[in-house]
Design a protein around this ligand. Structure first.
Ligand code: SF4
Length: 457
């Protein structure tokens, strides 16, 4: 939904739904069909980059309601896949001036992060940056930033040279707004059906011919059977494990980013493992039993699971062969800068004796951190004897409460070995039931905090 759709567009969409409905009735009445919609973010380097922005929620809500009624009347399911705040923030970020970088930093420092979901306070920070982005926008958000843009507009990233020029983009935008469908240069199911739209991306006639003549070949029954066998193998696949130390560079990274980084470290060094090794992921802190007690983005000691198939021994679950596993371990050791150690199972690593260092964001005063620790212990219902020590403050958990196997001690370190003041850190020495969650009671409060597991047993 771009917010510019008119009655004619809705009528065309309704006709499409009816066509789909008839198709399903003829072929498979039980087939589940979901229509998934999102709000169109005007992205740089795309034909509709210059379209006026639609930041009027009531207008898009009304359109979504109309589409939902059409989809459901045809017997299909409707899904709105865009979160409103995320749409607005995405739109501001992709078209905004470079001042956005500073706004993102100040917003994060104030606890309004864009990490998984958007904190609605972030919009205010970005709006201010757009208004203050001298020269880029005169006046209010409703000004040039939100209006129709064309030649002479100072596009974000306008210094980049791309193969598809402004003319090509503008032509496609005019077509779209006039509801002219010119197809694509790729042929589809029949060779020779494509037509070059002269976008400028191809550098030679041979390249153009390659696309125009390209034919999408329908899959054969043999390929379907191979795919089904692979999916079955993947379902039975068993990971191999290593004990590893995640580097500081991954501090605060979400699970998906962390997985992508780990896999890339291996496949970059061993391209032959592409198609054999499918994923590398943290398997201890992010396990269902522990993830509620710890925070995403922890670094330090952990267990990694390596999922892959190149050793299909009959009667055994498919997994990585010793050779491929060895190569992956070497690559991970090189990337991390410390040896990763193969283990048989995650149970080989225990939390019987665990030490975690928490470095709060923003260099808070020692007294503030001590206050957080007192509240944390109170939430966990642990009594402690608090006393001053050379490097800061020590909370020794009462012997009776140590039996709960949550914590043995907590130390707030605010002085280095030579006695000089240092940014306060919390060192938690705990056991198998250690729970960090109460330290981060407010959403986003762990966003810039570094949490490092320094020791496991
Ligand atoms: S064939 Fe090449 S130049 Fe022509 S529209 Fe397609 S990508 Fe653009």
């Amino acid at each position: 939904m771009a917010g510019v759709e008119n009655d004619q567009d809705f009528a065309a969409f309704e006709a499409f739904c009816q066509f789909m409905s008839a198709l399903r009735t003829r072929n498979d009445r039980g087939l589940r069909v979901v229509f998934s919609f999102g709000y169109l973010v005007r992205m740089p380097f795309t034909p509709l980059r210059g379209l006026e922005l639609c930041l009027d929620r009531s207008r898009l809500d009304a359109m979504a309601g109309r589409l939902k009624r059409l989809v459901e009347a045809a017997g299909f399911e409707f899904r709105l896949a865009t979160d409103w705040d995320e749409y607005v923030v995405d739109q501001m970020l992709v078209l905004g001036p470079h001042e956005m970088a500073g706004a993102l930093e100040s917003a994060a420092a104030a606890g309004a992060a864009f990490d998984g979901t958007v904190d609605s306070r972030l919009k205010g920070h970005l709006e201010r940056a757009i208004r203050e982005g001298g020269g880029f926008v005169s006046g209010r958000l409703e000004g040039p930033f939100a209006g129709r843009k064309g030649e002479g507009y100072p596009w974000a990233l306008g210094f980049l040279r791309t193969s598809v020029g402004a003319d090509g983009l503008e032509r496609r935008a005019r077509d779209a707004m006039s509801r002219v469908e010119r197809g694509t240069c790729v042929s589809g199911l029949e060779a020779g059906k494509g037509a070059c739209l002269a976008c400028g991306a191809c550098e030679s006639d041979a390249e153009k011919a390659n696309l125009v003549d390209h034919r999408v070949v329908p899959v054969s029954p043999r390929q379907v059977a191979e795919l089904a066998a692979l999916i079955k193998s993947k379902r039975r696949m068993r990971p191999r494990y290593v004990r590893a130390f995640l580097p500081d560079a991954l501090s605060g990274a979400g699970h998906e980013f962390q997985k992508a980084w780990l896999l890339r470290q291996v496949t970059m060094r061993h391209p032959d493992l592409v198609g054999k090794l499918f994923r590398v992921e943290e398997a201890m802190w992010s396990s269902p039993e522990l993830r509620d007690r710890f925070v995403a983005g922890m670094t330090g000691e952990c267990v990694l699971g390596l999922y892959g198939i190149d050793d299909d021994v009959p009667g055994e679950a498919p997994r990585l062969s010793d050779g491929a596993f060895g190569k992956a371990c070497d690559a991970l050791s090189a990337a991390i800068g410390r040896d990763v150690v193969p283990i048989d199972s995650p149970q080989d690593v225990s939390m019987a004796d665990v030490v975690v260092r928490v470095v709060p964001a923003g260099d808070p005063a020692e007294q503030e951190v001590v206050g957080r620790v007192r509240a944390f212990l109170s939430d966990l219902k642990l009594n402690a004897i608090e006393r001053r020590v050379d490097d800061g403050r020590l909370f020794e958990i009462a012997p009776k409460d140590q039996k709960k196997r949550i914590l043995k001690s907590v130390r707030v370190v605010s002085r280095s070995a030579d006695g000089s003041a240092a940014a306060p850190a919390i060192i938690l020495e705990g056991g198998p039931r250690l729970d960090l969650a109460p330290l981060f009671r407010h959403p986003g409060s762990q966003a810039l905090t570094r949490v490092i597991v320094e020791r496991l047993s």
